[in-house]
Design a protein. Structure first.
Length: 107
């Protein structure tokens, strides 16, 4: 589940949270498009952290771009790197919305 909009995604085994959202027709804020280098796709993991892949060094390094104040008090992951292994996961990421809404903004 992606809060605050209450978006439910059917994530395939081993698929990143961001890739699942994009496959399901949602826009996910990003600049690097899944390379794990921009930190824009960060999410706060609200529940189910044990159901997500372990953090690798490159993700940990990118997360240092974020404020220590943010990462010190929350479980934060990059949506492009965090892969759902099994079970349910709830994350918070403002800005996720149907992809067609993004295209409509330019009209």
């Amino acid at each position: 589940m992606v809060e605050p909009r209450g978006i439910t995604l059917a994530v395939r085994e081993g698929e990143s949270i961001m890739a699942a959202a994009q496959r399901c027709g949602y826009h996910w804020p990003t600049l690097c498009h899944g390379d794990g280098t921009c930190s824009i796709c960060w999410v706060e993991v609200k529940s189910g952290a044990d159901n997500i892949s372990a953090m690798k060094d490159n993700e940990r390094e990118t997360l240092t771009l974020l404020s220590e104040r943010l990462t010190a008090t929350r479980t934060v992951r990059l949506a492009c790197q965090a892969r759902v292994l099994e079970g349910e996961v709830t994350v918070r990421k403002p800005g996720v919305r149907p992809a067609e809404d993004v295209g409509a903004e330019g009209r």
